[in-house]
Design a protein around this ligand. Structure first.
Ligand SMILES: NC(=O)c1ccc[n+]([C@@H]2O[C@H](COP(=O)([O-])OP(=O)(O)OC[C@H]3O[C@@H](n4cnc5c(N)ncnc54)[C@H](OP(=O)(O)O)[C@@H]3O)[C@@H](O)[C@H]2O)c1
Length: 194
């Protein structure tokens, strides 16, 4: 068991649309509008993977970020909602707001760093976006915490492409065990983390 000095840094050799999430052993990603764990190392990993690239999220995920943390810096924050006018509310400040996920994914590809687009949740958005994605970076947290939002099920078209650590768990400074796994469709090419 160890805490990684440096978390995985993937280098992709083709444009990708990735999903990134953290889940419990049973696939829970959210509870009561938040996440039922606190894992600073995963937040650092998330920041490292997504910084410099557009992020696409559902309105509820945007809502889950405290005001002072949104928009996520150095990333175009694209938020989808079906609520007309929501984009003009103070709550939406700093977000690019669109009413269609397809449009959001196109917009993202033309945003700075759009060679890598990161879909960051939540459950509704992962379900709808997964057909358009070719990479999934999934942190598994060794807990059975309950929740109300589930990760999407990765079907047989998704291939396991690596994990950190390969066996067992990293241990957070706060004692939580976790493991970062990498999945890709078909022949998506990338350099694995050291
Ligand atoms: N563990 C993780 O890695 C992770 C990551 C992200 C989020 N989460 C958690 O997941 C939960 C939120 O997930 P969620 O599934 O409830 O909500 P969500 O996917 O974040 O957002 C859902 C909202 O997005 C909008 N939306 C959905 N599909 C749309 C479409 N096709 N076109 C336009 N707008 C669309 C709707 O907004 P309107 O209602 O405004 O119309 C909908 O209510 C929270 O608990 C959050 O903390 C966890």
């Amino acid at each position: 068991m160890s805490t990684p000095e440096s978390l995985p840094a993937y280098t992709f050799s083709q444009p990708i649309v990735g999903m990134i999430w953290a889940q419990t052993n049973t696939g829970v990603i959210g509870a009561d509008g938040g996440m039922p764990w606190h894992l600073p190392e995963d937040m650092a990993h998330f920041k490292r993977v997504t910084t410099g690239h557009p992020v696409v999220m559902g309105r509820k995920t945007w809502d889950s970020f405290p005001d002072k943390f949104r928009p996520l810096p150095n990333r175009t924050n694209i938020v989808v909602t079906r609520q007309e006018g929501w984009g003009s509310t103070p709550e939406a400040r700093g977000a690019v707001v669109l009413d269609s996920l397809d449009q959001a994914l196109v917009e993202a590809q033309f945003s700075p760093g759009g060679n890598e687009v990161w879909v960051i949740g939540g459950g509704q958005i992962f379900e709808q976006a997964m057909d358009d994605c070719n990479v999934a970076v999934v942190t598994v947290i060794n807990t059975d915490a309950a929740g109300d939002t589930q990760a999407p099920a990765l079907g047989p078209e998704w291939m396991f492409r690596g994990a950190s650590p390969l066996e067992g768990w990293h241990t957070s400074k706060n004692g939580t065990e976790y493991r970062i796994t990498m999945w890709a469709k078909g022949d998506t090419e990338f350099e694995a983390p050291e």
